[in-house]
Write a protein that binds this ligand. Sequence first.
Ligand code: XMP
Length: 327
Amino acid sequence: MSSNVRPETMERITTEALANAFIDEKIAEIKAQVGNKKVLLALSGGVDSSVVAALLIKAIGQNLVCVHVNHGLLRKGEPEQVIEVFKNQMNANLIYIDATDRFLDKLAGVEEPERKRKIIGEEFIRVFEEEARKASDVDFLAQGTIYPDILESGPVKAHHNVGGLPEDIHFEGLVEPIKLLFKDEVRVVGRALGLPSGMVDRQPFPGPGLGVRCTGAITRERLNLVRESDAILREEFANAGLAGKVWQYFTIVPDCKSVGVKDNKRAVENFVVIRAVNTVDAMTATIEPIPYELLNKIVSRIITEVPGINRVLYDLTPKPSGTIEWE
Ligand code: XMP
């Protein structure tokens, strides 16, 4: 197994030329490691797993089996983008599993945030494990481990995620081609691999996805309100040139209603909270001051384009005292 320690002499990958050299080196290493055997990868569409997928496709083509599990808590357009980029454009061997019903049924009525996380994490492993068993001729498991994960300074993953495959699923080995890279390097490599900027530069997205932004017990109705309002917020941030500049920006739909006016009558409906924060390590965070005009545009689009929302709030709480997510 290759070393988990980044050599002091390893140059920081900051340019396309350095990224291309890294890509060539990794392709040769992967070919030497797996030969003609097959490799399985859980492809979420996040930066890390996408870069690993693109590298492996270059190295072994159809011998990479990508599994994209849609747990029903993804953002608008995400599964479609994974299919478009990997299956249609890169001709990947991609298995797409829409497990929405399975996850939402398990989550029905569950209010406690950590219990929700646990259910989502465990169910994800179960779905992936089923695919691993089906693909019985697969010998290696690829993972998008990056250097901060190894250093365990990644408070995000270490703190929140449950994970790991059951021990009775045996793989000959692990393929972790980006395990010595920092996030900014992964992005440079992703760009050099030709991945779209919407994928390479995307903001961090929690494993339990929109599930922690639809607070309390998740309902399909509120999940849809989170998804639609988030899509409007992201679109407006992109139009304003803020995408890639702000650490995280998203919407929350709390498990709570307020009264508004609809068709000249009082109507009790849900509300949306906008959150936009900047941070270096996610341990503390400051608020992104969204320009007033832009804020107004976002509010007006959400209340007109998302039926069921009558009010929009802007969360100005730094971390601490708030956390970045609402659950
Ligand atoms: P908090 O809410 O703790 O979030 O201030 C800090 C960072 O972690 C992300 N986050 C998660 N990431 N699984 C993840 O992979 C999770 O369960 C989870 N909860 C929060 C959050 O989006 C922020 O970047």
